[in-house]
Design a protein around this ligand. Structure first.
Ligand code: ATP
Ligand code: MG
Length: 213
């Protein structure tokens, strides 16, 4: 039995068409059932629903053979997962945003110390270190937009897709750090043991991604 880890929401929703193109149909609707293990039309394949940030943990520790996770989650997690395939789904970008009255460009140019609130401390640390910008990182778990509005931070590093949430909170996207999309990750040991089945699945995903491009 092959176990595929997905997270509820956009990863699950956007994975469905790729699974369908690979001939896989998930037999339960996670929005209507409370099941965490979902059967598929294939007797040898099941889906487990985990928190988006738990997908790498499941896959690297063998709780799932493979999984779909955002590049943001993978780069924050940093471990040796076999990362074969950009699925091109759940697209967004990691950006720096500030209040309109904060002059980010000047602060960077003058070498000032900037207070940055984020859930993505690893990626933020790497980004600002590469630019030589001095930052005090403040770890948050959600509602990042609030930080510059309350004076907790000068800037945030967060995922942006439409920009609607930033606009609703009158924040400006002042720097784009990187483009993000979801990847298919595979447990390297599982790839050796279940080589044929997993290879066939990865190839099917690959064809589905190419067919959409
Ligand atoms: P949870 O909601 O369980 O705390 P999460 O916020 O990481 O976890 P989702 O909101 O389902 O989970 O996001 C899953 C993935 O979707 C993210 O890791 C990211 O790769 C991608 N994504 C695409 N657009 C956005 C966006 N605007 N905001 C957040 N994530 C996005
Ligand atoms: Mg979320």
């Amino acid at each position: 039995m092959i176990t595929l880890a997905l997270s509820k929401g956009r990863i699950f929703d956007e994975s469905l068409p790729l699974l369908a193109a690979a001939g896989i149909e998930v037999l339960d609707d996670p929005e209507r059932s409370r099941k965490l293990i979902l059967a598929t039309n294939r007797a040898d394949l099941r889906v487990v629903l985990v928190r988006a940030s738990d997908v790498p943990t499941y896959v690297s520790h063998g709780g799932a053979h493979l999984g779909v996770a955002g590049l943001d989650v993978l780069l924050e997690h940093d471990d040796g997962l076999y990362r074969p395939l950009d699925l091109g789904i759940a697209r967004c970008r990691l950006s720096v945003a500030t209040r309109a009255d904060f002059d980010y460009a000047s602060a960077v140019r003058q070498g000032s110390r900037i207070r940055v609130a984020t859930k993505y401390t690893q990626m933020a640390r790497r980004h600002f270190a590469a630019k030589g910008v001095h930052v005090d990182l403040i770890k948050l778990y959600g509602s990042m937009e609030l930080a510059p509005l309350t004076g907790l931070a000068d800037a945030i590093v967060d995922l942006v897709s439409s920009g609607g949430t930033l606009a609703a909170n009158r924040l400006l996207e002042v720097e784009r750090i990187m483009d993000i999309s979801a990847r298919l990750v595979v447990n390297p040991a599982a790839l050796k043991i279940e080589r044929e089945t997993l290879r066939a699945l990865i190839d099917a995903f690959e064809r589905a991604v190419q067919a959409r491009a």
